[in-house]
Write a protein that binds this ligand. Structure first.
Ligand code: ADP
Length: 421
């Protein structure tokens, strides 16, 4: 037992003893015992009253004067309060530093609640997203970023970043990303990428313009070469003319692929309402692949679900599917087998091309969809490849919410899937 409590019991005993003595002298023991208890209770009530006043009304830092066990209690409260004040000071200094650093951030940061209602925002969020604090706190973010793309983005489970025009200025392009944290909270980050977007547009326009400008002279040159080849030309000219025709055809193919890529990049998001009978499309592609195979005599088989359609752009999908089938023909040795499938399972619809070709080493797989990336440049050129086929496939699939998946073993073959979840 602590010293304070021993003293307290001593004090109580002395009071009761004193009162018992007076009671004994006056013959009123019970009455004076009762008075002793009243005094003791009154003292406790008074101290409780002082404590309550100090907590609620007093502005002084120091506790009221008290004796006995109450002095001890006040002393402990005083120290507890002191500790809390120190902690509060530290926390508010930290909060100030945090607020200053987020205010200095060039990117907009908005804390969103469970239902995407605004809970907090930094200075850049006012400039980039037009939000106001405290007026907009508690309101749904969807009230301020009014775009179907953003609504769809909120509804999606997978949240990779998206580019959107700023609600305050349509010329400002923002890269927005929502990151979930602490269970059901969300952090919306928005970065101004207008400059990068402009540069990307300039690059894309440049490629489209150059390709377009080159197409006409190349068509003229090609035409003349073909005419010269058709006419009786000297024997020694045959080979050079053949090589010239081959190279101009290759250049034409590259230009056509570049133009297609530009179109895919700049085309607006589409509304896919037209169901495409993929089985019919694949039948034609496989027939063309057999012609391309020629003397290599590949065994090309098709297994396509006739009842399974896909909403999208027929021309783009034809380009993607034929690129994969023709690649299989190009990179599979003579008499190899190529299996083309179109089917559905629990995960969605899938287009699959499986070949028994040369295969691709694992280190090349992540880079195959880059423009002009080839595993073997010489071989690709000999096969008439442009190095743009898989980049086109990736773009077309992006526009159809699909994904390209590749598995390959060197010496055994490759399988390419287009997954449409
Ligand atoms: P290319 O016009 O050169 O075929 P792609 O973009 O279509 O360009 O393909 C990129 C590279 O991927 C090719 O150069 C080739 O090395 C490799 N590749 C594509 N498909 C296959 C395949 N079925 N088997 C082996 N390698 C392949």
């Amino acid at each position: 037992m602590s010293r304070a409590w021993i003293q307290e019991f001593g004090r109580l005993l002395a009071l009761i003893g004193g009162m018992l003595f007076i009671g004994f002298l006056t013959g009123q023991i019970v009455l004076f015992l009762f008075v002793a208890l009243l005094i003791y209770l009154g003292w406790h009530l008074y101290n409780l009253y002082c404590l309550e006043r100090w907590f609620t009304h007093s502005k002084t830092f120091y506790p009221p004067e008290a004796r006995g066990i109450w002095g001890e209690v006040f002393y402990h409260f005083y120290h507890l309060q002191q500790r809390n004040r120190k902690r509060k000071r530290k926390l508010s200094a930290m909060l100030k530093r945090f607020k200053k650093s987020t205010a200095a951030m060039p990117d907009a940061a908005v804390v969103l609640g469970k239902n995407y209602e605004i809970e907090w925002l930094n200075k850049a969020a006012r400039r980039l997203l037009g939000l106001q604090s405290p007026q907009d706190i508690g309101k749904p973010i969807i009230n301020f970023i009014r775009s179907p793309t953003f609504s769809q983005y909120l509804a999606d489970d997978e949240k990779s970043a998206i580019n959107l025009a700023s609600p305050t200025d349509p010329n400002l392009i923002l890269r927005m990303h929502i990151v979930p944290y602490a269970g059901n909270q969300h952090l919306l980050l928005a970065r101004d990428v207008t400059q990068i977007h402009l540069l990307e547009q300039i690059r894309s326009d440049f490629i489209a313009n150059v390709s377009h400008e080159l197409r006409t002279p190349l068509t003229v040159v090609n035409g003349f070469i073909e005419t010269m080849r058709d006419e009786d030309c000297p024997k020694e000219w045959e080979r050079p003319l053949f090589l010239m025709a081959q190279q101009t055809a290759r250049m034409c193919n590259i230009i056509e692929d570049l133009l297609l890529l530009s179109r895919l990049e700049s085309a607006p998001a589409m509304e896919m309402t037209q169901p495409i009978v993929v089985a019919d499309m694949l039948k034609t592609i496989c027939e063309e692949a057999q012609v391309l195979s020629g003397e290599k005599n590949h065994h090309i088989s098709l297994d396509a679900d006739k009842n399974l359609s896909l909403n999208g752009y027929a021309q783009e999908l034809r380009s993607a599917f034929s690129n994969l089938v023709f690649n299989a023909v190009r990179y599979t040795p003579a008499d190899g087998s190529i299996k083309v499938r179109w089917y559905q399972d629990k995960k969605g619809r899938h287009f699959e091309v499986r070949d028994t070709g040369e295969g691709i080493a694992p280190e090349h797989l992540p880079r195959l969809t880059e423009r002009f990336y080839r595993v073997d440049v010489g071989r690709s050129r000999n096969q008439g490849g442009t190095g743009l086929g898989l980049a086109i496939v990736k773009h077309v699939l992006n526009r159809h919410q699909g994904e390209l998946r590749i598995e390959s073993t060197v010496g055994e073959g490759s399988t390419f899937w287009c997954d449409f979840p």
